[in-house]
Design a protein around this ligand. Structure first.
Ligand code: NAD
Length: 290
């Protein structure tokens, strides 16, 4: 069993990006700049946004964190987005999801300038991605592609089961893996909450991407020997032995699945850090395109 070390790989990517940024700055040009908008005080979201900002600092990007009150109206948020769209100093920005219930997420995503949409959530980018045109690929699927590529995991002709059909992970992942690309050319099955007899499907899989958000859902009896496992899930599970009172659990029951796997991502330290690294890569791409 080989651990797909997302932490290590993401550090390498960030070093590569830092070298690029140093080159840009040595020519007297300004550094790429990422902005992040956070609405409300969700603990997990705050942690994610803070690590994104920290990564910017590490690479040498400029960063701006815009923290808005939970009570921010949709109109107020749309005005902030309009400002970011127009701000020539900002190359890309993200609006951290989920948003408070009174704000229409789709409306917010639609308001982002596709050229600054480094999360790749705008329909223009999603459509371009699906049509294999240059696009911002959503950071989590992009990170998974990169991890598989750097570990030279063969995907061509393989049976891949993606569990989950969300717009930010499962759906784009399934599209990308079925495309003709370096990491792709796979036969992809998308499983979801209405899938019947999931075990009979996962048992056939050469590679499984688990992105359903249920802690330790995929167990050893559901996979075949030699399977490649990508665990996207991050769920906070109560744990009195931790100072924080919780631990982070993936969608995969690591103890029973790892011994049967040829490659597996850990949680934490797998897909999570890769997501952040690829967001940084998208920001540099946005900068270079402008
Ligand atoms: P989501 O809640 O939007 O979607 C979950 C999907 O799982 C749905 O499509 C649903 O149909 C499917 N599903 C639910 N129960 C199922 C079941 N019993 N069997 C099969 N499919 C089932 O989730 P999401 O936003 O895609 O996130 C999924 C998980 O990944 C969450 O734990 C989230 O925190 C995590 N996540 C991690 C990263 C990262 O960077 N590591 C990024 C995004 C999301």
């Amino acid at each position: 069993m080989i651990l797909l070390d997302g932490k290590l790989t993401s550090e390498q990517i960030k070093e590569e990006l830092a070298t690029e940024v140093a080159k840009i700055k040595s020519k007297g040009k300004r550094a790429p700049h990422l902005a992040a908008v956070l609405v409300g005080l969700d603990g997990a979201s705050l942690t994610y946004v803070n690590s994104k900002v920290k990564s910017c600092e590490k690479i040498g990007f400029g960063s701006t964190l815009i923290q808005l009150e939970e009570s921010t109206t949709e109109a107020e948020l749309l005005a902030v987005i309009d400002g970011l769209n127009k701000n020539a100093e900002i190359d890309g920005f993200i609006v951290q999801l989920p948003l408070p219930k009174h704000i229409d997420e789709q409306k917010v995503i639609m308001a982002i300038d596709p050229d600054k949409d480094v999360d790749g959530f705008h329909p223009t980018n999603f459509g371009r991605m699906a049509l294999e045109l240059p696009a911002f690929i959503p950071a989590t699927p992009y990170g998974i592609l990169e991890l598989l590529e750097r570990y030279q995991v063969e995907t061509s002709g393989k049976n891949i089961v993606v569990i989950g059909r969300s717009h930010i992970v499962g759906r784009p992942m399934s599209i990308l893996l079925s495309q003709k690309r370096t990491v792709g050319d796979a036969t992809v099955t998308v499983a979801h909450s209405r899938t019947k007899d999931l075990k009979s499907i996962t048992k056939q899989a050469d590679i499984i991407v688990a992105a359903l958000g249920i802690a330790e859902f995929l167990t050893g009896d559901m996979v075949k020997d030699g399977v490649v496992i990508i665990d996207v899930g991050i769920t906070r599970v109560q744990d009195a032995t931790k100072k924080s009172g919780f631990r982070l659990a993936g969608d995969v029951h690591f103890e029973s699945v790892a011994p049967k796997s040829s490659y597996i991502t850990p949680v934490p330290g797998g897909v999570g850090p890769m997501t952040i690294a690829m967001l940084m890569k998208n920001t540099l791409l946005a900068y270079n395109r402008r």
